[in-house]
Ligand binder design. Structure first.
Ligand code: F6P
Length: 341
């Protein structure tokens, strides 16, 4: 079989580990051939390919990003997009696709599968918000980067008796904020799922100062004040209709300074959370996903996504990945509140 591989959406550490595992097992154990499609769905849409064999995947296990490139191209938003994809799959002799991506990329994969394209999905996102898998690779790396930043911010905050806000990624789901805030000993954690009271945040800030600690406030980029609007940088939408967010961290720092009289500063971690080498946990998870994905393809188990359930790598229906977002449940958030203030 000739199998096309693509990576779509925001990149994340571990993508190369999946590609390597798919190709290594696919060639060595099953004798399949591979074609790399460049830049997400743009690849099959425009016929952009690159050679993908064992030699091309050597040395990429610890490398961040993706050797295939990525984009947020949505072929369903492009006139004649689906016809162009099927024509290009035919022209390149590709029988099936392994699509590595998050909500948007796997959403397209699900629709293509319904139209008869042979697809296997692999879940990826630093946000950890894909349904029907306990974890996505990239999340552990992003959390560790945020924790390292928080550890560093503690010492400078204490030297200057300041409140420091750290804005982490997470438009709709607060997993990165929750895990990094818990691991980093934050004075409070603000997530999109739980609109916050600015009065309460300031009370937590003041109580930290009272016991001679400088508070670190971890806020997800999509967190919203109660009765407030989402923090919208501008109204531009990407091809999947997501607004570009920015500003909640800066807003918080200014409000805290104004309301408490304590100096406050904001740090936006941004794309630093997505760059660089994956943690060992993400390398192993991504590798195991890749091994399962190629076996699913070899067995012709189309329309499935590989997933982590407990410690097992399983196959679940592809459409279940995007049925709903996996959000932080109220009880999970509540258990962290004991550390606030
Ligand atoms: O979905 C991954 C993610 O990193 C989100 O956490 C973030 O909101 C978004 O992508 C940023 O997208 P872009 O890289 O297109 O600005």
């Amino acid at each position: 079989m000739r199998i096309g591989v693509l990576t779509g959406g925001g990149d994340c550490p571990g993508l190369n580990a999946v590609i390597r595992a798919v190709v290594r097992k696919g060639v060595k154990e099953y004798g399949h051939e591979f074609v790399g499609f460049r830049d997400g769905w743009k690849g099959p849409l425009e016929g952009l390919t690159m050679p993908l064999d064992i030699a091309a995947t050597r040395g990429i296990l610890p490398r961040g990003g993706t050797i295939l490139g990525s984009s947020r191209t949505n072929p369903f938003k492009i006139e004649g997009g689906i016809e162009r994809i099927t024509a290009n799959l035919k022209a390149t002799g590709v029988d099936a696709l392994i699509a590595i991506g998050g909500e948007d990329t796997l959403g397209v994969a699900t629709k293509l599968h319904a139209l008869g394209v042979k697809v296997i999905g692999v879940p990826k996102t630093i946000d950890n918000d894909l349904n029907n898998t306990d974890y996505t690779f990239g999340f552990d790396t992003a959390v560790n980067i945020a924790v390292e930043a928080i550890d560093r911010l503690h010492t400078t905050a204490e030297s200057h008796h300041r409140a420091l806000v750290v804005e982490v990624m997470g438009r709709h789901a607060g997993w990165i904020a929750l895990h990094s805030g818990l691991a980093g000993g934050a004075a409070c954690i603000l997530i999109p799922e739980q609109p916050f009271s600015i009065e309460q945040v300031c009370a937590w800030v003041e109580s930290r100062f009272e016991v001679n600690y400088s508070p670190i406030i971890v806020v997800a980029e999509g967190a919203i004040p109660r009765d407030g609007d989402m923090s919208v940088k501008d109204q531009k939408l990407d091809a999947f209709g997501h607004v570009k967010l920015a500003g909640i961290g800066e807003w918080l720092a200014q409000e805290i300074e104004h309301r408490t009289g304590k100096e406050a500063r904001n740090t936006v971690l941004g794309h630093i959370q997505r760059g660089g080498t994956p943690t060992a946990f993400d390398r192993v998870l991504a590798t195991r996903f890749g091994l399962q994905a190629i076996t699913a393809a070899h067995e012709g188990d189309w329309g499935k996504m590989v997933a982590l359930h407990g410690t097992d790598i399983v196959r679940v229906p592809l459409d279940s990945a995007t049925e709903k977002l996996k959000l932080v449940e109220p009880a999970r958030y509540k258990e962290s509140e004991i550390f606030f203030g």
